[in-house]
Design a protein around this ligand. Structure first.
Ligand SMILES: [Zn+2]
Ligand SMILES: [Zn+2]
Ligand SMILES: [Zn+2]
Length: 196
């Protein structure tokens, strides 16, 4: 690949430089190095708390003092049940709101980075000899004629571009994944895709 460090964030460079790989392989490597964000609390600090259940009984459980969640099932009488405080619902709700916000932020970041990985890979791949070979092959096997014009109106219009029918095999396309098209059709196809 011909990627320069100028155009690529340093954290993505290791996944994009070096020899040719399919996007599937690149994404797999990136995902191995970048686990999906999730909030994990080890519940290191807990306190025993009680609630009053529907029968009016006191039920006890441990509440995490960091994340607010219930750590053990509610039981009627814990070994050390004296003098404990009521369950802190407000704290529990505030914590889960705070964690939800934090995790949404992490997810946004994760998705944005994955998107730029895709974009960089795509732009870079279109400059590569591997794409050039597939592109030429697609044009040749369509006799340099637009496959869409031929399908729609049986007209022979010179094909100058090659369109991805889908991106699932980006970087390892089979002939049936791409199509030779004229510039007009190519614009039409993308205009449709983006306005539907
Ligand atoms: Zn916790
Ligand atoms: Zn056409
Ligand atoms: Zn296209």
């Amino acid at each position: 690949m011909t990627l320069t460090e100028m155009t690529c964030p340093p954290e993505l460079l290791p996944f994009l430089k070096g020899g040719h790989r399919s996007y599937r392989e690149v994404l797999q490597l990136w995902e191995e190095a970048n686990p999906r964000p999730e909030m994990q609390c080890a519940h290191h600090r807990t306190d025993i708390r009680y609630i009053i259940d529907s029968l009016g009984r006191r039920m006890y459980s441990h509440q995490c003092l960091v994340c607010g969640s219930r750590v053990t099932p509610f039981i009627p009488k814990p070994p050390e049940f004296d003098m404990c405080e009521p369950w802190d619902r407000k704290f529990e709700t505030a914590c889960s709101d705070r964690m939800r916000t934090a995790i949404l932020g992490l997810w946004d970041e994760y998705r944005a980075t994955r998107q730029s990985l895709w974009r960089l890979y795509y732009n870079n791949y279109l400059q590569s000899p591997e794409w050039e070979a597939r592109r030429r092959n697609a044009l040749r096997s369509a006799d340099n004629c637009c496959e869409r014009c031929r399908a729609i109106s049986s007209r022979k219009v010179p094909a100058v571009e090659v369109h991805h029918l889908h991106y699932r095999t980006l970087g390892e396309e089979e002939p049936e994944d791409i199509a030779a098209v004229c510039a007009w059709c190519h614009r039409e196809i993308h205009a449709k895709v983006f306005t539907i």
